[in-house]
Design a protein around this ligand. Structure first.
Ligand code: AP5
Ligand code: MG
Ligand code: ZN
Length: 213
């Protein structure tokens, strides 16, 4: 099962990914998470990525393609994978296709999660993320039981550096300009399914399961 989660910042890609990987037993590969991990560790890659991420701009294509493809070569991706936040440009999508074709594989489903702009801004500016397990919460709509503490693992909750109103608005613009063309790209490939991302966590997941079977 070779899957891609497509959708604007805040559509719920990370949230649904947790459920999808649990049900279908495939690894969750988020290029954003890989970069944040590298920023935390202070690696060269992290230093390069950080300047783009903090502005809400895309990290340069070649850097991202290399990171994603080398991750896909790992053993746990043999039976399938769930890509979250990659590809994000037509160039990245073409490189991914080339890479998969060279290994006798292809993209099987692209889940395009749609949510309107105002809702995306509300979700992201209120989002809290667990430093330990990555679970996400919302200050108003999905608050943790104890302020600042993760319900599931007790980890510390923080706000992502790129979740300020200004950066969120830029990320949405960057999505519209550079990532949205992928909808057409995968439409032509006949692998895209459109999911309404504003119907509540369980309904969104149920719609995804309908597509994947
Ligand atoms: P990345 O980490 O991929 O961030 P993003 O695409 O901006 O998306 P988010 O993670 O913010 O949103 P999400 O869709 O995962 O939503 P979530 O489930 O958390 O990328 C960050 C940066 O890294 C980029 O800006 C770029 O610089 C760089 N980068 C990464 N990949 C790259 C690439 N391929 N090329 C170049 N650069 C790259 O949900 C959001 C909130 O909504 C949460 O609070 C959640 O609780 C809530 N929520 C979720 N679902 C629902 C629902 N159904 N109803 C109500 N609330 C909900
Ligand atoms: Mg995410
Ligand atoms: Zn946690």
């Amino acid at each position: 099962m070779n899957l891609i989660l497509l959708g604007p910042p805040g559509a719920g890609k990370g949230t649904q990914a947790v459920r999808i990987v649990e049900k279908y037993n495939i690894p969750h590969i988020s290029t954003g998470d890989i970069f944040r991990e590298n920023i935390k560790k202070g690696t060269e890659l992290g230093k390069k990525a950080q300047e783009y991420m903090n502005k809400g701009e895309l990290v340069p294509d070649d850097l991202v393609v290399e990171i994603a493809c080398s991750r896909l070569l790992e053993e746990d991706c043999k039976e399938g994978f769930l890509l979250d936040g990659f590809p994000r440009t037509v160039y990245q999508a073409e490189k991914l296709d080339e890479f998969l074709a060279a290994h006798g594989r292809k993209v099987e489903h692209v889940l395009d999660i749609a949510v309107e702009k105002e809702e995306l801004i509300t979700r992201l500016t209120g989002r809290l993320v667990c430093r330990a397990c990555g679970a996400s919460y919302h200050k108003v709509n999905m608050p943790p039981k104890t302020e600042g503490v993760c319900d599931t693992c007790g980890g510390e909750l923080y706000q992502r550096a790129d979740d300020t109103k200004e950066t969120v608005e830029n990320r949405i613009e960057v999505y519209e300009a550079q990532t949205k063309p992928l909808v057409d790209f995968y439409e032509k490939a006949g692998v895209i399914a459109h999911i309404d991302g504003a119907t509540g966590l369980d309904n969104v997941f149920a719609d995804i399961v309908k597509v994947l079977g």
